[in-house]
Design a protein around this ligand. Sequence first.
Ligand code: DLZ
Length: 203
Amino acid sequence: MSTIKGISQTEVAYDGSALRVAIVHARWNRVIIDALVSGAVAKLKERGVKENNIIIQSVPGSFELPFACQKVIAGSHIQANANATDLLGGLNLGSSTPNPISRSGTPALPTATGPFDAVIAIGVLIKGATMHFEYICDSVSHALMRVQLDTGVPVIFGVLTALNDDQALERAGLGKGEDKGHNHGEDWGIAAIEMATQTRRWG
Ligand code: DLZ
């Protein structure tokens, strides 16, 4: 069924082959997070971003995303948790790059240093019984906006703010019905490439 909602494609297929992208993701609601991160990575790679230039850093929850994004952009972190090969180890998206990090083992040093052309912040916030959801949604969205404006590095807003589990699952392509929904992580990957490319042009 056609819909008027959602992002429209650009006329230009942006080339990501020279770009370096960091994904910073929360670990709350992990099944949904993993699907979203996989979707973003798949699109980055489809548009030419090299696997070694996709760096994945996890943080406890969405509230930690802005601080971590700022630190990752500043390059003040020592090492990231994983690269794309590690996270997607079981999925094999077609890479021949050897995995420098094992899931259980000690990460190879160093795995991630800046600069990054774009950062994708991924979190899944699901409303509970208290006001917690509202406070985190509000502060995280404002802070992520501030990080990109302060640093000049585009930060893609990959934070689902869902009223229930089903809303979040559908937006990660994991819906329970016949229509599994759309994985918004894919859109975030494409948005990162467009914004990174344009930022290089804008200077
Ligand atoms: C505490 C909390 C709650 C209740 N819910 C979520 C959530 O739905 N999604 C999410 O990403 N994080 C949640 N958190 C954790 C907070 O984001 C944060 O990690 C903690 O409050 C510690 O600062």
